[in-house]
Design a protein around this ligand. Sequence first.
Ligand code: SAM
Length: 231
Amino acid sequence: MSFSFDPIGVVHSGFAEKFAIPRQPSLAPAARGTVELYPPYDRAEAVEGLESVSHLWLLFVFHAAASGPDHLRVRPPRLGGNRRIGVFASRATHRPNPIGQSVVRLDRVEPGRLHISGIDLLDGTPVLDIKPYVPYADAVAEASNALADAPPALLPVVWDDQALIQARTHAQRLGQPLVELIQQCLAQDPKPAYQQPPPERRYAVQFWDVDVCWHYPERDCIRVMEVRYRG
Ligand code: SAM
């Protein structure tokens, strides 16, 4: 049997590239976005009742990742990037079928548009289905996972004065919590765990329409150097 599915909507987010997106939802509450629902799901009936719900399961396509039967084992970043485990023991994007699932906060409901936050989703991600989070069934009190037993340790993020002013200015223009977004995403250390960059090595990523530049002045510390409009 084979199946094919049409997306019911698409995610609009500030994550223009995969680099520096949190590795799971909820890690960056300031990561906001929307799900635009396609017809006929853009009609008010399709979202009736959702105003009673605080969180959603989004089922989506990893449209920007390779997939297929070649990926039996993966190297999750949180295990340092060099230990391999079975694909079904991981949440890696390279999977037999490129299907992702994230629990996200539902901030506001409009016909045809859901406002969400705490997301780990690339801009343009196709959405296959949306389901309400059901705490009594979905939160398992005795659950354990020795491969991922706690959120990743956070790095300190410090700012050049000028970069902080730039981030605040762009936050106001965009109507987004940009300072918090940068802080929360960079604190999770986007670079691969095995890299030990010298202080002069610069990193950059696009959030919304700005480029955020940083470096590691010392091991395990991030300094934001510039937040620049892409033009
Ligand atoms: N919470 C989801 C899950 O468990 O299925 C996703 C986990 S996956 C490890 C999260 C990473 O997927 C993000 O850090 C980002 O780099 C990547 N990602 C997000 N949206 C994507 C997309 N549409 N296509 C490919 N990669 C994506």
